[in-house]
Design a binder for this molecule. Sequence first.
Ligand SMILES: [Zn+2]
Length: 250
Amino acid sequence: MFNIFKCILISALLGCLLLFSCSVRTPNQCQLTTSPTIIVDRPGKILQYWDEANIPELWVPLKAPSKLLSAFRKAINNSTSREIKTILKNQLPLEQSLEDRQNISLTLSGKAGTIRPINCFESLMLEQQLARKPMITEPTEFLAMVLSKGSMLRIYFYSIDQPGIGNVDEIDKIVGQAVNDGFKVIFSLHNHNFFLKKANVQGGIAPSGNDVQVFRAQRESLGVEKALITNGFDTLVIDKDEFCIFKAVE
Ligand SMILES: [Zn+2]
């Protein structure tokens, strides 16, 4: 009899332990639940991906920024405006490229793209780069390509730890293989930085002429549905139909 009770007790304890170890995400938690699979990780370059369940918590407006993101925001708030229209108005006359200026005007007027507060998922991607680099003193960009297949998300994260993401052939090739395996590309996401020591602080989320060229090419080759740009406070969402409204470099 004693052994039966002992057995039941141990089973119950094991059950509890399993329950706690399996419930890795509780409602309203903004986090990824898996470790990334590394494709490339060498100094100055990373390419990795996560396979995650596509759950609603990822897409809600960010409620509680992480310590990393809070510190990043605080440093910006101490130096410049974080209000997106003010940022874009300040940036407009300082941009050298005609296409960049036209895209800022389009964003400001609301004629293309939709501005909204950063969401959970976007903050998680920015935090990856914040963990890699001190973004206030060394602003760098990341590019995330987000794919879906059934109820699963595949998230590719790429950075060369430079202020601009540069050539995207390497990640495009990998994403192309996933598309051939039945994944659909829901959107791309990259960040725009604040350059607090420069006359042109930037920090705006309007696409550059180079960005739009990449969006159009990725629409053509990979079927990208949307392109998102975030600055850690707000995000611009650009639907595929708006890729032709924004100006691209030739
Ligand atoms: Zn950009």
